[in-house]
Design a protein around this ligand. Sequence first.
Ligand code: FAD
Length: 434
Amino acid sequence: MVLVDHVRCTYCGSCVSVCPMGALELAETRLIVDQSCVDCGLCLNACPTGALYAGPLPGAETGGPGLPLRRHYDVIVVGAGPGGSVAAWEAARRGLSVLLLEKRQEIGSPVRCAEGVAHEQLISFIAPDPRWISATVTRAQFTVVGDDGLTHTTGGGGGLGYVLERRVFDRTLAEEAASAGAEVRVKTAATALVLDDGLVRGVRVRGPGGETDVECQVVIGADGVEARVGAWAGLDTTLRQRDTMSCAQFLLAGIDVDPACTCYYIGMSVAPGGYAWVFPKGDGRANVGLGVQADVAERPALDYLVRFVESQPHLAQGSPVTLVTGGVPVAPPPSRMVTDGLMLVGDAARQVDPLTGGGIVNAMTAGRLAAEVAAECIAAGDVSAAALSAYETRWLAGWGRRLARRYRLKERFPPPARASRECMRVFTVAVGGK
Ligand SMILES: Cc1cc2nc3c(=O)[nH]c(=O)nc-3n(C[C@H](O)[C@H](O)[C@H](O)COP(=O)(O)OP(=O)(O)OC[C@H]3O[C@@H](n4cnc5c(N)ncnc54)[C@H](O)[C@@H]3O)c2cc1C
């Protein structure tokens, strides 16, 4: 029977089209070969990446295809989300040799985000560009939904902001990193850290060409909510259920929404411990989603979302053209974000706003800060945890302090109290990016 190398497979379906037995099935991002395969081999030639094989994996001994890597870089960044790409961009801009690794085949896809950012926070990184902006928003509306179903709506906060097209936005940041000199690799994952006497000395990298160890002076772990890099280095980044928002979102098309207003819905019946949002995307579309606190919700987030959409006549008339799911860490920062030769940024360091779940600009800010500190420490010839802790200190003096305050506020208002007038006031300010 034909076998699939899932590292190489790019789920294009070319093999399925030539199989005379119907033995292959593309189940979204999983290629399945069933028992009816007769080893005719037709699919092997149709595969553009050499992911199908009968017998030994071709290319395993030679390293196979795939772009070459150097043996050593100053900095290796794991994960090309906003945090990782900005870190790579900044480090390369400062003259360091940089490798940016992304395990997915397309940076920015699939999207796991409602795509809202505040103008003020974004502009210190990149000038707003219509290529990656779906909608410009100027207003916000807040609806509290009581347990009896009665609603109370107020306007306020908001401020100038954007609903991004993150597929394009994330890729643009990686392109900026490449333009500054970073080497970017897609479908290339970090699978372990290279350790020498407990010190981080590099990254084990697995790509279409096989697996190899690459050395560096500093690793920046920007591997998102599913982060493993920190744990490999002995940093505890495990999330408690109560600090995890479980989210589901539809991109709804064919709806009538205010194109310049973001809407928030808060109430235990809508989204226990979290909230629902409607973020306009232009052309009669909107990101309509919600997050529920994992230990409080009685059903999966998607069930709450379906119920929410059905309860809103102006949304119920639309069609979901995309389903987004994801987890958001709404946790305090881990006790350490650095160790010898390693720093964590973005969702990997749990640097999300615990009240709003926003983390795009937070990750970018941390990425820039980590790259600055990496450059200083490499120049000084000291990448020990003590030297790199300048990153923790600078983070905690700015954004970190604000997020710690937000976490304390989240804890002060247990889920049923989040619709209270006092909590809504705090939430309104937080949503405005203040
Ligand atoms: C439903 C939902 C809605 C959201 N809405 C908003 C919003 O409106 N506004 C906002 O500001 N934030 C929002 N967020 C949060 C925001 O998406 C994240 O905070 C942000 O993407 C964090 O950026 P990052 O660079 O840290 O991580 P990510 O964007 O998650 O990027 C991490 C990258 O690392 C890659 N990676 C992981 N492991 C490896 C590995 N071993 N090797 C190589 N690559 C690896 C991943 O494939 C990924 O591309 C939302 C999140 C969710 C789930």
